[in-house]
Design a protein around this ligand. Structure first.
Ligand SMILES: [Zn+2]
Length: 342
């Protein structure tokens, strides 16, 4: 078991976001991964922690529009007090030839953004690339056969970022990059237990038969990201049947969540993947300010134990989770269980 972490991930630290017309403190704090790391050290798991290797951008660009990657990277040239805040968006009934005009233009951030939840500054690319490298290092430890279980403390999170869009606090899709990297081994499954539907991950692999995406999440009829995550989204073309959405009723708590989790795990085991990636959102926790599912702190240990019972290599990747008081304990509960379950 190894745990991958990078200090560089903290460099991206927006202060505010617009939420339903109000300027509110940014919930995706830059110390989220560090808080979990500190709790792991308290539990004497510090010697399992390794830094990331640096990977070429090709792995990221295999599942991300290279021009979007270049756009985020171009923001490295901003001044210290400058930032890009998407606020103008191309609309659906107007489809000009965008290639005729450069999109590497800071006023056109809305071309790639699907919400106004992200502010980009000159350090954002460094942090988001570090988060991708943390995921890829975990994937490489498994692909090379050196480890059977790894947890990548990715931050910023990734599951809302798609091939050519970012948003929902996510810049690049860490789990998707890792899944693509691991796919040389054979079939890969992704189990996403974040409270919010991973619209980005779903989109990247929607036509892909060799990568299964299973997501348990708050019902999009009521919950972000609203436009995706419905049960009838099952994949298309060659990927028909390899997308499984399990929308959850509000307030279900541990007992009922357990039943839905079993549904998701059954879909994973029937797919017979070589590796399982778990997109771990700690925002299903009962005290989380951005969700309504209500599982307990101890339940994160149980999720990890059930995942381990499938007897395949597991790569855990941190997604959301915004209750800063218990985030460290909840994350460490999952990771410790991943490390200690036989
Ligand atoms: Zn979430």
């Amino acid at each position: 078991m190894k745990i991958v972490y990078s200090e560089l991930e903290k460099l991206h630290h927006p202060q505010y976001e617009f939420s339903f017309g109000k300027l509110v403190p940014y919930p995706e704090k830059n110390i989220r991964a560090q808080i979990i790391l500190e709790e792991l050290k308290k539990r004497s798991m510090g010697d399992l922690v390794v830094g990331p290797d640096e990977f070429p951008l090709d792995h990221l660009k295999a599942v991300t529009d290279p021009e979007m990657v270049d756009f985020i990277q171009s923001c490295e040239h901003l001044k210290e007090d400058e930032s890009v805040f998407p606020h103008i968006f191309p609309y659906r009934d107007f489809t000009p030839d965008f290639s005729a005009h450069p999109r590497i233009n800071l006023k056109k951030a809305g071309y790639y953004a699907f919400d106004v939840g992200i502010e980009i500054d000159r350090d954002t690319f460094t942090a988001a690339k570090a988060s991708v490298d943390v995921a890829l290092t975990g994937a490489d430890l498994i692909r090379s056969g050196r480890e059977e279980r790894v947890f990548s403390l990715c931050r910023p999170p990734g599951h809302h970022a798609g091939y050519s869009h970012f948003g929902g606090y996510c810049i690049f899709n860490n789990a998707a990059v890792a899944a693509h990297y691991l796919s040389t081994m054979g079939k890969i499954a992704i189990l996403d237990v974040d409270f919010h539907h991973g619209n980005g991950t779903q989109g990247v692999f929607y036509e892909q038969p060799e990568i299964l995406y299973v997501s348990l999440h708050g019902d999009p009829a009521e919950s972000y990201p609203y436009f995706s995550g419905f049960a009838d989204e099952t994949g298309s073309r060659l990927g028909c049947g390899t997308n499984v959405n399990i929308p959850l009723p509000a307030g279900i708590g541990d007992d009922q969540y357990r039943k839905y989790l079993e549904q998701g795990l059954l879909a994973v085991s029937e797919f017979h993947p070589e590796v399982l990636i778990v997109s771990l959102g700690l925002d299903i926790y009962k005290e989380d300010p951005l969700s309504n599912i209500g599982v307990s702190s101890g339940f994160f240990s149980e999720i990890a134990a059930r995942v381990c019972s499938l007897n395949i290599p597991v790569l855990g990747i941190l997604e959301g989770g915004y209750d800063m008081r218990d985030l460290g304990v909840n994350g460490a509960n999952f990771i410790e269980s991943l490390a200690t379950t036989g």
